[in-house]
Ligand binder design. Structure first.
Ligand SMILES: NC(=O)c1ccc[n+]([C@@H]2O[C@H](COP(=O)([O-])OP(=O)(O)OC[C@H]3O[C@@H](n4cnc5c(N)ncnc54)[C@H](OP(=O)(O)O)[C@@H]3O)[C@@H](O)[C@H]2O)c1
Length: 229
């Protein structure tokens, strides 16, 4: 079982990497600090990553996990608001879409299926702060894309799932919590704490390795009941 995992060098990605490796999977990582480097703000990044990963894998990738992403603020008055919108869309959504496309084509050409796990966000359903229109929209796009892939290719054994984490204690969440009053924000989470990266990793590992095929198209929330739908 060979898995391509984006953004594997830190945060949630590093926890997913550990969970999958502990389960015996062969993981091809991606990132600056470890794995195959590829900058998704560069339109050539996703294809370069896919080709390098395929070569490293010896020609077959069984599972794609799109985890890399950015959470950057863009205030309405910023002159570069549109440039920031496009940057977040490219890194969070377009790069994921291009990797999904290459994975689906790969699985179609080899004649048996594969799995996609997209790490989206609670923001896909709940929305986000006024400085994060782009982030919420990129994650909602990921969820819609996941469902579309699930419906389109299930007959070919190609399955697609999404995970929607709430606040998870990584660099991304620490910045957000401190910019929004720290502990006060925790009052919004019935569980009383943010998620641990290992909790998101448990959901991602389940979907990548164990989830029954009939679950294709589903989205798993991991948010301490801070948003229920
Ligand atoms: N933490 C949360 O509260 C939370 C909540 C909901 C959803 N999520 C989602 O979970 C995923 C992981 O989040 P995290 O909290 O673990 O984030 P993180 O600690 O900030 O790590 C982000 C990851 O994305 C990669 N990345 C960032 N910019 C990139 C670029 N331009 N090109 C390629 N890769 C890039 C980074 O790679 P490098 O190491 O190479 O920089 C890193 O591995 C993201 O998709 C995020 O939206 C997180």
């Amino acid at each position: 079982m060979t898995i391509l995992l984006t953004g594997s060098s830190r945060g949630i990605g590093a926890a997913i990497h550990t969970a999958l490796t502990d389960a015996g999977a062969s993981v091809i990582g991606h990132g600056t600090a470890s794995g195959i480097p590829a900058d998704f703000s560069d339109p050539a990044g996703p294809t370069a990553l896919w080709n390098a990963a395929l070569e490293q894998a010896g020609g077959t990738i069984d599972v794609l996990i799109n985890n890399a992403g950015v959470f950057e603020a863009a205030t309405l008055g910023d002159d570069d608001w549109t440039a920031q919108w496009e940057r977040t869309m490219r890194i969070n959504l377009t790069a994921s879409a291009e990797l999904c496309r290459m994975a689906v084509l790969h699985w179609q050409s080899r004649g048996f299926g594969g799995r996609i796990v997209n790490i989206a966000s609670r923001a896909a359903y709940r929305g986000d702060s006024p400085a994060h229109w782009h982030y919420a929209a990129s994650k909602a796009g990921m969820v819609a894309m996941t469902k579309t892939i699930a419906r389109g290719y299930a007959r070919e054994g190609i399955l697609a799932f999404a995970v929607c984490p709430g606040f998870t204690m990584t660099g991304m969440a620490e910045d957000y919590l401190s910019s929004r009053g720290g502990d006060a924000l925790l009052a919004d989470i019935p569980l009383g704490r943010v998620a641990a990266p290992e909790e998101i990793a448990a959901a991602a590992k389940f979907l990548a390795l164990e989830a029954p095929a009939s679950m294709t198209g589903s989205v798993i929330d991991v948010n301490g009941a801070s948003y229920v739908r």
